[in-house]
Design a protein around this ligand. Sequence first.
Ligand code: 7O9
Length: 517
Amino acid sequence: MGCSRPECSKSCCKKWAKDNALLLATVAGVVIGIVMGIAMREANLSKLDIKYFAFPGDLLLRMLKMIIVPLIVCSLITGVACLDKEASGRLGLRTIAYYMGTTFIAVVLGIVLVVSIQPGRFGTDGAVRQSSSLDVEPVDAILDLIRNAFPENIVEACFNKIKSVRVPITETRNATKYYAINSTESDNGTASPLTTIGWLEEEVTVDYKLAIESKSGVNVLGLIVFCLTFGVIIGRMGEDGRILVKFFVAANEAVMKMVYVIIWYSPVGIAFLIASKIMDMDRPEEVLGQLGLYMATVIAGLFIHGFIFLPIIYFVIVRKNPIRYIFGASQALLTALATASSSATLPVTIKCLEEKNGVDKRVVRLVLPVGATINMDGTALYEAVAAIFIAQSTGITLNFGQIVVVSITATAASIGAAGVPQAGLVTLLIVMSAVGLPSDGIELILAIDWLLDRFRTTINVLGDSIGAGVVAHLSRYDLLEDSNDKTNHGGRDFGDIEPTITSKQGADNAGFDDTVI
Ligand code: 7O9
């Protein structure tokens, strides 16, 4: 690839080999994980032993999660601070348009597949079990999302988000009279056969209070709102803000260097994460047999969206080879497969896009953290398929209007997922309750949720990555003007801070850029 270029030096070739060695090691990690998992199933380890076995994988997850907060804070702040007003506005609009558009395409694809394949009609032999009830009020979930966007305490936002719960206010009422039967009088029928002997007291819910609880987890929406505002402001403060921008740019570089260290450990962690998950499966033949067609529908949808639709969108807009672009992001895709978390994969995705695909750093830093939070094509597709599958397997036929409602709520739920505590289950329940589906049957699909989660996370990460490439291409002239602006007008001249941005990027931002960062 890069080495065929005449200007490529020996060190560049070395770097290419090194990068691909890491990718090869990661692929080996996945394969070894699968083989080790299948082989170790024979050993019949206890759940506790499997937990111990998973330790090296657990460490990888902890390291990736450790780096997320500093990473998104620094990258969002430097991302907006290094762009001017018009450029960041247009970039933001394009990003949102791409995210909403592709998510909606994913949902429609999922619905078309589930309605035509009808997986709910087969295999489940009506085996819906009663699920534990989990009350979700869509209004509360939406308000929580907005509350989370404005955290009370920015330090707390790094580890807690809030959730409101309805606490019933009850009143005691004498609701029912107690009677005793007066048998002597009842014979002749002249007097009432009943004598009042007391009242049954009843607790009646007359109203609700809203209690705000905090749940552990990064309040990423709050951090995003704070960091974007902070970044815009320090970027416009001119000379006074310069020192802050410099600080965050340097901090960002330092955090990325830490990411490289973690990534070198990732093949080992990935092998253990995958192996322990395979060992942990309960009666896989039974579950896979029962839900086989449903799984096939979800996986087919994810595959078509990720490896046909998104590459076509990339090719049509950017006019470059999407296969090369996806290959450049493959380390991130494998990490997503192993961790089932697009936020934990974020450090790897940023590294891949900046280093291997040469996407403009300013775009990557803005678009990817926001994408990891609100752009979940795979999740949206999955939720639409799951809701309609449950309807089919419980014998409910949805009309066209209800299917439209599913498509809109699944898109909205995937956008809001990161802001809702216990997101996976809650967002699916919101989609189901929007069309009046009973929450029975959700337990059935939870049995294989962990597996489908991995596949949909991979597509989520792929959607974010392709989004960054598309937005960077669409914004190439803005970014170029922006670089000129900085040097010409001097107002926001961070040229010395970000030499790689101003020197290497331009209208013709190469699909594969080997510039060393
Ligand atoms: C999937 F931006 C970041 F990196 F800081 C960030 C941090 C946390 C981004 C998002 C989050 C976050 O909390 N996300 C979140 C996502 C929380 C709960 C549920 C989900 C949905 O996750 C996907 C799914 O279950 O379909 C999937 N596992 O992409 O990570």
